[in-house]
Design a protein around this ligand. Structure first.
Ligand code: VGL
Ligand code: ZN
Length: 211
């Protein structure tokens, strides 16, 4: 796949709390930093998302007495996985991963900052209608094709890619520059639903070879 001048690298949630040793560690999550740094030099447009929750966020198990992390509850907008407390606004763990080096980054989209709504997707919050503004940014700037990388493949990367496709953008996930949480078949499920939605799948070496 040959990269075009208007292609976007969307780097999803590469933050301390998702790295090994963090409260919501994605296995091998730190392995995404090196390929993402390399990819960041190939794209004219680099955008990042940052999971950014208030301490009283509805997705934290700690805010639901008697509930444990990874249980699911029903909320007005649907089912919600309860997570360990992570990416609290302004905390060290909400910062980008040590070593992430993306000097071309032109936008950071923060998401999940409404106390009562989670947001896996870079485009639309978990209530499925509150927009983050990213689609407007891309459209206004004439950017149409997105390559996604980061954490986690089966949650924030997948939801972002699905919403990108639904909003009429081309979306392709860079597999080796992403890592998954993979709970209860969530990774297989994510690849299947992304495939059905027309989301592509590539590798960083294929992009580097054709850049
Ligand atoms: C994520 C769970 C909760 C992610 C964020 O970045 O995939 N997963 N918050
Ligand atoms: Zn989160």
């Amino acid at each position: 796949m040959r990269l075009l001048p208007g292609d976007v690298l969307l780097v999803v949630d590469v933050q301390g709390d998702f790295l090994p040793g963090g409260p919501l560690a994605v296995p091998d999550g730190d392995a995404v930093v090196a390929p993402i740094n390399r990819l960041g030099t190939l794209f004219n447009h680099v955008l990042l998302t940052q999971d950014w929750h208030p301490a009283d966020h509805v997705s934290f198990a700690a805010n639901h007495p008697g509930r444990a992390p990874f249980e699911q509850i029903e909320l007005p907008y649907g089912r919600q996985v309860l997570w360990p407390t992570h990416c609290v606004q302004g905390s060290d763990g909400a910062g980008f991963a040590p070593g992430l080096d993306l000097p071309r980054a032109e936008l950071v989209v923060r998401k999940g900052f409404r106390p009562g709504v989670d947001s896996y997707s870079a485009f639309t919050e978990a209530d499925r209608h509150t927009p983050t503004g990213l689609a407007g940014y891309l459209r206004e700037r004439g950017l149409r094709r997105l390559f996604l990388a980061g954490l986690a493949t089966d949650f924030c990367v997948a939801w972002s890619a699905m919403d990108a496709a639904a909003a009429g953008f081309e979306a392709c996930v860079i597999e080796d520059a992403s890592r998954a949480i993979d709970m209860q078949g969530s990774l297989d499920n994510a690849w299947r639903t992304m495939g059905e939605a027309g989301v592509g799948r590539t590798g960083s070496h294929a992009l580097e070879a054709r850049a």
